[in-house]
Write a protein that binds this ligand. Structure first.
Ligand SMILES: [Mg+2]
Length: 480
């Protein structure tokens, strides 16, 4: 099966074995690259802390006389000292060094977990109608260490939405979520399209506000980007019922399309003018080699068409769901078949396409490496979405495919497309009210697994079934 098809496959439950993987801690994987930051140097009058020799009190209770090596005395090296102290503290706690009777003067340490991560859909999960869902801000705080375990959990965002550059979306989402979000954490529906920029020279880009999608496509490296406005400016008879506004005309680029071959059509974002955009797309699909004004006799010479996603509906401010890009695709297929008698072959990116989840896996791995120093894939990725047909289906099918090396765990929230009382076509592994509940569910599941693992290890040592003496843990796990 190709990566960019939307063929369904039978759902299978992940094996129990795949749920039972050992817990590791992020700080441990950081240690290798940080080794040496606190190494003692020979100096007769100065005491330096060493990760090899310092006691727990040295690190936790201060004040300690710490004179860092020269390379750590540069102004920009302060964060390294802090990071090294955190690592040394963690190393000692892993080694089983006890606190003694003193009360620590430092706040509880936070550690980044390397065994699991989260990925979030945005519309209907974090944002609805342009406004943050209240629990979403709290959920982000929990992931950033404001939880009773003092654990930070890496996360990325995977939205089918688009129409702006990844940077612009990040600025907007950062403001809404009240935290800094990096483009390195972010995948739009059209992000994977950048990999097509080398393949096609002249392309039609449809959708979005004004010239935004042209800017995005050019930013991806597409060399010659045409918009519907350019075509209407060249021939105003193209769309009998709409003329370009002065502003649209000013931004559109005049050229002679009788001499241009458009090699591919990309629907980057939701169309603002369905009828006119569909007319232009149909003109091209039925043309000879993408040259406007021509007609293919057998309708087999038109350019290919790509959609950045296939969501038929989405959750906006209105009380009921709104039509999305998948609805445009469906209606185009019907129009094309009505005119030509043939099926339209098109390609959709975004969720639930497996290629998008594969792309997300690579992004998550890079993000964990760059930001948290974790150079290994997570064992579990919790994906939180509101749309069963894209979020849940994609997560489940990717998890069951040979492409996935992790356990992708789907969580459905009730704040978006999915409504209580309906049965989703694709079954999530958990259904919760809000994204905050989803985050708590994932963290609690990981903690329960860690407790169960510890109990089983103890049981093996003691030679008895200690697990049976912990019905609360069992009950918590049974709920899964
Ligand atoms: Mg959504």
């Amino acid at each position: 099966m190709g990566l960019w098809t939307d063929q369904a496959s039978e759902a299978q439950k992940p094996s129990e074995a795949s749920l039972w993987k050992p817990q590791l801690n992020g700080a441990e994987s950081n240690m290798a690259c940080q080794d040496g930051l606190l190494s003692p140097e020979s100096h007769p009058t100065i005491r330096r802390l060493s990760s090899a020799t310092a006691s727990f009190d040295d690190l936790h209770l201060g004040p300690s006389v710490v004179v860092p090596p020269k390379h750590m005395q540069e102004p920009s090296d302060a964060h390294e000292t802090a990071a090294a102290l955190e690592i040394a503290k963690h190393r000692m706690s892993v080694a089983g060094v006890t606190e003694g009777t003193s009360t620590p003067t430092t706040p509880p340490e936070t550690t980044t977990t390397d065994s699991y991560a989260f990925a979030f859909d945005i519309d209907g999960v974090l944002i609805r109608g342009g406004k943050p869902i209240p629990e979403a801000i709290e959920a982000m705080k929990v992931l950033n260490g404001q939880n009773k375990y003092g654990i930070k959990v890496p996360y990325i965002f995977l939205t089918n939405g688009g129409g702006k550059t990844e940077q612009e979306r990040c600025v907007q989402l950062s403001r809404q979520m009240e935290l800094e979000i990096s483009p390195g954490q972010f995948i739009c529906g059209h992000t994977p399209m950048k990999e097509m920029a080398e393949k096609y020279k002249t392309v039609l880009v449809v959708g979005g506000e004004g010239e935004k999608c042209r800017d995005v496509a050019e930013g991806y490296g597409f060399k010659d980007v045409v918009t519907p406005g350019d075509i209407m400016k060249d021939n105003e008879r193209t769309t009998p019922f709409r003329k370009l506004t002065d502003q649209e005309s000013q931004h559109s680029r005049k050229r002679n399309f009788a001499q241009v071959e458009i090699e591919a059509i990309f629907v980057f974002a939701d169309s603002r003018h369905w009828g006119d955009d569909q007319q232009i797309i149909i003109d091209l699909l039925t043309s000879k080699n993408g040259r406007l004004g021509t007609r293919s006799e057998k309708y087999d010479e038109g350019p290919p068409i790509y959609f950045s996603h296939n969501d038929i509906i989405w959750s906006a401010e209105h009380e009921h769901t709104r039509l999305g890009m998948g609805a445009l695709r469906t209606s185009l297929e019907a129009i094309y078949e009505g005119i030509t008698g043939k099926k339209l072959i098109s390609t959709a990116f975004g969720k639930p396409q497996l290629g998008t989840f594969q792309f997300a896996t690579r992004l998550l791995q890079q993000w964990r490496k760059d930001t948290h120093g974790i150079n290994k894939p997570p064992e579990t990725v919790y994906f939180v979405g509101d749309t069963p047909d894209s979020d849940i289906r994609g997560t489940n099918e990717y998890n069951e495919s040979d492409l996935s090396e992790n356990d992708w765990y789907s969580i459905l929230v009730r704040t978006g497309v999915f409504q209580e009382g309906t049965k989703p076509r694709f079954t999530p592994r958990a259904t919760v009210d809000t994204v905050l509940d989803a985050v708590k569910h994932g963290i609690k599941r990981e903690m329960d697994r860690a407790i169960k693992k510890k109990i089983m290890a103890q049981s093996a040592v003691d030679g008895e079934a200690v697990i049976e003496e912990h019905p609360a843990t069992e009950a918590a796990l049974d709920r899964e």
